[in-house]
Design a protein around this ligand. Structure first.
Ligand SMILES: *Cc1c(COP(=O)(O)O)cnc(C)c1O
Length: 365
């Protein structure tokens, strides 16, 4: 009886998630075991005040609502399912945080080992906590993300582990489902799609998804793809490798993106652009989005909102007008990186547990 209910639970889980929703568009077959946590189908939320402020119709794709709190789960379900199909005994990845959180969770779900290589001291606490909770082997290296990825590539080449970084094409295949969802919901592709640009896998995945849907006749056009980088971690914008990338937005603190060429091609083909924003603009946008639209995202995810503010004011402002539909991907949840917020606020001392004392504090401006 107990076994029966366990089986029922697994079958039910396989009925949700991006593979079940878009199976015919993904590289899975009859024999592929589906490892899913019900990822995808995230809200596409209209942002009225953001729309007002920049003068277009802006929707936020809230990818922080995936099972581990970032879009990485979309690619991970495909990458891990395929790895299991090929007989992998373990996963490995280099990570700025969210890939490791996602890989750790999906490895646990699949019942295999997971090793994550992290740049020491550069991971937001929420993400590290996830990798620990899911039982991953965590190795922090005295180097940056790009160096961590180089080690992972070498280990993967030796066939010891399945690499689940976005250099794995199964990840990109899974991530393109976000573009499918946007078109399925809007009835067409948006005019502009704007998102943070780190290792540059996600922008390429969206562009591939939109192109595929246009070919199928589900979308009429292709959106301009606009990638946003942080000022001091902007290799694609500056067209050169950045040896020591620095930004508060740790998820896009990358100096030599693995998906650079593919992303550049996707941007050029779509008549898109790469823009940069400062850390100050990122934090301002994060706070504005949380306070004004009720959407709390991690710093990297606020970069495209900061990018939109710049775009609306700058020399490309001609791209935006009232009838222009813009989708902004907010890639990860705000709770991933609580210190960014808590470091700026000191906990107030407690007051007496009386109505008067509480009322007095509330009435202070
Ligand atoms: C991974 C990640 C990014 C960067 O995506 P790329 O595919 O590497 O460009 C941006 N934001 C968050 C929250 C991420 O986890």
């Amino acid at each position: 009886m107990q076994d029966e209910s366990k089986k029922a639970c697994v079958v039910e889980a396989a009925a949700s998630g991006v593979i079940s929703r878009y199976r015919d568009r993904l590289p899975v077959g009859e024999g592929t075991p589906i490892i899913t946590l019900g990822e995808g189908s995230t809200p596409l939320v209209f942002a009225p005040r953001l729309s007002d402020r920049i003068g277009g119709r802006v929707f936020i794709k809230c990818e922080g609502l995936n099972p581990t709190g970032s879009f990485k789960d979309r690619g991970m379900t495909v990458a891990v399912s395929k790895a299991i199909e090929r007989g992998a005994q373990g996963l490995i990845c280099a990570s700025t945080g969210n890939t490791s959180a996602s890989a750790a969770a999906y490895a646990a779900r699949a019942g295999i080992r997971c090793a994550v290589i992290l740049p020491a001291g550069k991971i937001a606490s929420g993400k590290l906590v996830q990798a620990i909770a899911h039982g991953a082997r965590i190795i922090s290296v005295d180097g940056n993300f790009d160096e961590a990825l180089r080690i992972v590539r070498e280990l993967g080449d030796k066939g010891e582990f399945a690499i689940v970084n976005s250099i794995n094409p199964d990840r990109i295949a899974g991530q393109k489902t976000a573009a499918f969802e946007v078109v399925d919901e809007l009835g067409d592709a948006p005019d502009i799609h704007i998102l943070p640009l780190g290792n540059a896998g996600n922008l390429t995945a969206y562009a591939a998804g939109y192109a595929e849907y246009r070919q199928l006749g589900k979308a009429r056009g292709l959106p301009r793809m606009i990638g946003i980088q942080a000022e001091h971690a902007a290799p694609v914008f500056h067209r050169r490798v950045i040896e020591r990338p620095e930004t508060v937005a740790s998820a896009i603190r990358i100096g030599n993106p693995a998906g650079w060429d593919a992303a550049q091609r996707a941007i050029d083909k779509s008549h898109g652009a790469v823009e940069i924003v400062t850390d100050e603009e990122i934090l301002k946008a994060q706070s504005w989005l949380a306070r004004t639209e009720g959407i709390f995202v991690e710093p990297a995810s606020a970069a495209p909102v900061a990018g939109l503010f710049r775009l609306a004011k700058g020399k490309r402002s001609d791209l935006i007008s009232e009838n222009v539909t813009i989708v902004c991907t907010c890639t990860g949840h705000g709770l991933k990186d609580p210190e960014i917020i808590s470091a700026r606020f000191s906990q107030a001392a407690p007051v007496a547990a009386t109505l008067e004392a509480v009322r007095e504090v509330i009435s202070r401006s």
